[in-house]
Design a protein around this ligand. Structure first.
Ligand code: LMR
Length: 339
């Protein structure tokens, strides 16, 4: 990325302007003759999480197989920037690859709202079947008009809920302030159970729980363990009510400007590490669940079938609310992946 390319960036610019400008910087990508191609890859979770491990594996394989031609710098734990900033940075070529939660793409497109519909996907196998279907693959291109391309999906896992009280039925959530990711579907989900939704970056959640600025949150076992939420949440209820996964995203013009042999090799390595990481994600989450149990600090609450049904019923109106945005045919395609 040249100075000229970065100088057009303006933090105060509106989102639309930012992404229109991003479209206009086609060709600003690094050329092979400039030396090794640098892929800066920031993300917000710890190195031990599914995303952290997969990003590190990607770096390792790229540097083994494209030695001297491509360098990958992975910045975990939000140490370079948070997710919101990473979208702008990607558009402007300040970073070259991100793996952002699908929920957080809500500000750019409603297409990924399908992944936030509560209780639509019962498990990761179903999610994977949908992502591998023609409908799932088309979604990778949902942000081409914003100058961004999805290369593949990475899993974290299914989400659970943490709170200061045992959440057995939706009535227990009434009045609780819930941290959510920046997603309107998740906002509607919390409203359906009588809670107060608070959109907040991951890096702010621990302190907000500790100080009582928020009461509750939803996340995967892996994120709740690695971000130490179990230290400040008395109860964690195993709801498996939603999916948390990522879109590995690049700036389309940068990606298309790479020498073809390098791009083909990078895409091949990505396919390999996606399979590797997605296979491990469930195990990592189960191990982290067990570590939370063993901590003795936070109690894991499991639901009876009747209690689980009450959560499903309470959240179901969210589907109708967002059907117009998402499209009933996409919801049907996701439902078809259940068999
Ligand atoms: C969150 O903000 O809770 C997640 O998006 C973090 C992540 O990347 O898994």
């Amino acid at each position: 990325m040249t100075t000229e390319c970065t100088s057009i960036r303006g933090r105060s610019a509106g989102l639309l302007v930012i992404f229109v400008l991003a479209l206009q910087i086609a060709g600003c990508g690094q050329k092979a003759e400039d030396g090794p191609i640098l892929l800066k890859f920031p993300h917000v979770t710890a190195p031990a999480t599914p995303k952290g491990q997969t990003a590190d594996r990607f770096k390792q394989l790229v540097e083994e197989r494209l030695q001297g031609r491509v360098v990958v710098e992975v910045y975990p734990s939000g140490q370079l920037m948070d997710d919101d900033d990473s979208l702008d940075a990607l558009a402007f070529g300040e970073v070259q690859m991100i793996a952002i939660s699908l929920s957080k793409l809500d500000r750019l497109t409603h297409k990924f709202q399908i992944f936030d519909l509560p209780f639509l996907f019962p498990d990761l196998i179903t999610v994977e079947r949908f992502q591998a279907s023609a409908d799932g693959k088309v979604l990778l291109e949902a942000m081409e008009d914003k100058g961004l391309r999805g290369l593949t999906y990475w899993h974290n896992g299914m989400k659970q809920m943490g709170a200061p009280v045992p959440l057995r039925t939706p009535a227990d959530a009434a009045g609780l302030k819930f941290r959510i990711m920046e997603s309107d579907v998740l906002q509607a989900q919390v409203l359906q159970i009588g809670g107060s939704p608070q959109k907040m970056a991951l890096g702010e959640v621990y302190q907000a729980l500790q100080t009582g600025a928020i009461d509750a949150q939803e996340n995967t076992w892996s994120n709740m363990y690695s971000s130490k939420f179990y230290e400040v949440q008395k109860y964690m209820t195993e709801t498996n009510h939603g999916y948390l996964g990522y879109l590995v995203t690049v700036n389309t013009s940068f990606w298309d400007s790479l020498p073809e042999d390098i791009r083909v090799e990078l895409e091949s390595i990505l396919r390999e590490v996606t399979e590797w990481g997605n296979e491990r994600s469930e195990t990592i989450n189960l191990e982290d669940r067990q570590k939370i149990v063993e901590s003795g600090i936070s109690e894991v609450v499991t639901l009876t079938p009747d209690e689980l049904r009450q959560w499903q019923e309470a959240m179901k109106p969210v589907w109708t609310e967002f059907e117009g945005n998402i499209g009933s045919s996409l919801i049907s395609a996701a439902l078809a992946a259940r068999q």
